[in-house]
Design a protein around this ligand. Structure first.
Ligand code: NAG
Ligand code: NAG
Ligand code: ZN
Length: 387
């Protein structure tokens, strides 16, 4: 992505926030992802250790679209989903091709993976009835320098999103099963989807045509897909309640600004969760400042610019964006040092705790958080582990 120091004026949809969810209790915040000492019996970290984990480590390889590393990572995602998530998650691919300035006439494949969980009664109610919290990160890596791994950019954000899916999975199941058997609350139509986007990086030099290959194609396709007439939402794009984009996470001491006045309320929710988790002693890191320090920002202080990234094609179409990306970028950005050795695992685990809690709160999971460590549920949907 690229930093822009110009200010912007954008028309965003007039937002109405019916924040009908209950805040998570202290107890749920503590149970969702247990506080330190973090799983003392499972060192190295099974999810985020850069070398030995089964979630992050397989993503830490060059993943240039159309190469074997790219295909291997796609395969890793689908086996993780099959082995570790509830079978009701839908896996949808959105595949396109494009030429790039680096590859001549060859059509390079760009393949977005959409992982979606809607309430079980949503298919009866109609597809256009579900408002989806949308969490996104890109999984492609830079074409040059050759061998570039892209650990913070964006292997870690992808691993975090899959972790979050697993961490809220059981509580979602419990909540929706309970609501179905009560026969009550069926008007509740809130789903969650994860977008693992392809082709974010420029191949030669960042421009409108050389960047964001996957997200441009997906935003356009979703804008043009109509739901049945009379649905609450007319397109999958409009059904996005909030688009949360994670990028460049995994280095210590991140500073995440609040970029957009229209979603400052959502930023404040994440910041509040971070603050509560810190007070409760659930987080491991002791940064000089919180990861999200700008809750009190207001008005004119916002007009400082933003970072060009996968949210842009969605934002241009009126979608509300929460961009979780540090400014300044970590020092390893777009260098060969952006690899597993330069990650700060406690920071990654704290992001996992913060984002899991945010999603659990958004999905109204208070009262459904199981006491058991969700990480014990490894491969609960499959006997065999595919590596
Ligand atoms: C899209 O690409 C993925 C990953 O290569 C592949 O598994 C899937 O079958 C493709 N889908 C279609 C409809 O071509
Ligand atoms: C939750 O934890 C905070 C911080 O430790 C504490 O101040 C607050 O009283 C707790 N709330 C309840 C309901 O226990
Ligand atoms: Zn990048």
């Amino acid at each position: 992505m690229r930093s822009l120091l110009t200010s912007l004026l954008l028309l965003t949809r007039q937002v109405q926030h019916s924040l009908t969810y209950t805040l998570l209790s202290n107890q749920s915040l503590q149970h969702l992802i247990p506080p330190p000492p973090f799983s003392p019996f499972t060192y190295p970290d099974p999810d985020f250790d850069p070398i030995h984990s089964t979630l992050l480590a397989p993503i830490l390889q060059p993943r240039v679209p159309g190469t074997p590393g790219h295909a291997a990572v796609q395969h890793h995602f689908t086996s993780f989903i099959r082995n570790r998530l509830h079978p009701s998650w839908q896996v949808l691919w959105h595949n396109t091709t494009s030429t790039t300035p680096a590859t001549g006439d060859r059509q390079v494949p760009f393949q977005n993976l959409i992982l979606r969980r809607d309430p079980p009664w949503a298919s009866d109610a109609g597809e256009g009835e579900v408002a989806r919290l949308t969490l996104a990160a890109h999984y492609d890596s830079l074409y040059r320098p050759e061998g570039f791994v892209g650990a913070i950019d964006s292997a870690v954000p992808c691993a975090l999103l899959l972790f979050v899916a697993q961490a809220v999975d059981e509580a979602l199941t419990r909540r929706w099963e309970g609501m179905e058997s009560d026969g009550g609350g069926l008007e509740e139509e809130k789903g969650v989807q994860i977008l693992l986007l392809d082709g974010e990086e420029a191949w030669v030099e960042w421009s409108e045509v050389d960047s964001l290959y996957g997200s441009r194609a997906l935003a356009e396709a979703w804008e043009g897909t109509r739901y049945e007439a009379g649905s609450s939402f007319s397109t999958p794009l409009e059904a996005i309640s909030l688009f949360v984009l994670l990028d460049l996470l995994g280095a210590a001491e991140p500073n995440i600004p609040s970029y957009f006045p229209s979603t400052h309320w959502a930023y404040q929710h994440v910041a509040k969760i971070e603050g509560r988790l810190r007070k409760l002693g659930v987080l491991e890191t002791k940064p000089r400042k919180p990861f999200l320090p700008e809750s009190d920002k207001e008005g004119v202080q916002f007009f400082r610019g933003f970072v060009q990234d996968d949210h842009v094609p969605f934002m241009q179409r009126g979608v509300d964006i929460l961009h979780i990306i540090p400014t300044p970028f970590p020092a390893v950005w777009h260098t060969m040092d952006d690899d597993g050795d330069h990650l700060d695992v406690p920071t990654i685990r704290d992001w996992a705790r913060i984002m899991t809690s945010f999603v659990a709160e958004w999905m109204d999971l208070e009262g459904y958080v199981p006491e058991a460590d969700p990480r014990r549920a490894e491969n609960k949907y499959s006997e065999k582990q595919e590596l």
